[in-house]
Design a protein around this ligand. Sequence first.
Ligand code: HXC
Length: 257
Amino acid sequence: MTNTHITSYIDGKVGIIQLNRPKVANALNRLMIDEIVKQMEVYDSDDAIRVIMVKGNEKAFAAGADIDEMMEDTPLSLELLDPFAVWDRMLLIKKPMIAAINGFALGGGFELALHCDLIVAGETAKFGFPEVQLGVMPGAGGTQYLTREMGRRKALEMVWLGEPVSASYLLQNGVINRVVAPELVEEESMKLANKLSKQAPISLRLIKEAVDAAGDLSLRDGLKLERKNFYLTFASGDQKEGMQAFAEKRRPSFKGV
Ligand code: HXC
């Protein structure tokens, strides 16, 4: 299906969203973010889809929020528009989301990647938060995600300087998962997605909830949530199938129920 600013299609059990404003390095205007999130929600509620992948093109994942669109914003117009409410809906997506990145992932583009669960990047990809050079700062979670993932000092250095960093730097600092040759980004992301597609969907979903809670909850509350989710897996047919398959020395076939 082709929307205005994204292209979406399905490959096996993977729902793909391709950012599609190549003339402006996939700069994210508000309509585009709206389309991306709506498509994530469509995939999230489609039983045939197990994993969601977001990708750009060879030159850019996304070069940030659309600066032309932001130029005339005022504090009040932003307050009334509430442009980040739609970003918050990404936090409700239950299925695994993979960002496949080549080229620039800057500002809001990097933040879109950080909203995904796993990030695969090409060796030549460039990540950064150039907002400081525009006299603003990250607004879609950049300071929060980065600080949690790479620590305060490294995050400050990156966001204060606003200079792009390499995929290997982010790999070393625990922000991204895999770095491969640029031409292999899609293949590597699909390999990961296909592996995840074979895992028990309810386990993946409850693991995501528990891992995300680790950033917000006390250890005691996090352990409680993990335990409840562990118990909940025993309500699924996939728990029976997984353990039965082990006993029968065969591969399990998970149905997501
Ligand atoms: C609007 C953009 C854009 C953006 C690129 N373009 N990024 N338009 N908003 N964020 C446009 C350029 O104006 C240009 O249009 C075309 O895309 C190609 O870009 P070039 O600059 O000619 O290409 P290149 O020299 O290869 O440089 C690529 C680039 C550079 C390094 C990505 O364009 C750049 O620095 N862009 C801005 C990056 C940025 O500051 N991002 C943060 C935005 S603030 P024309 O018409 O001239 O061909 C942000 C806040 C997030 O993200 C808040 C939450 C959402």
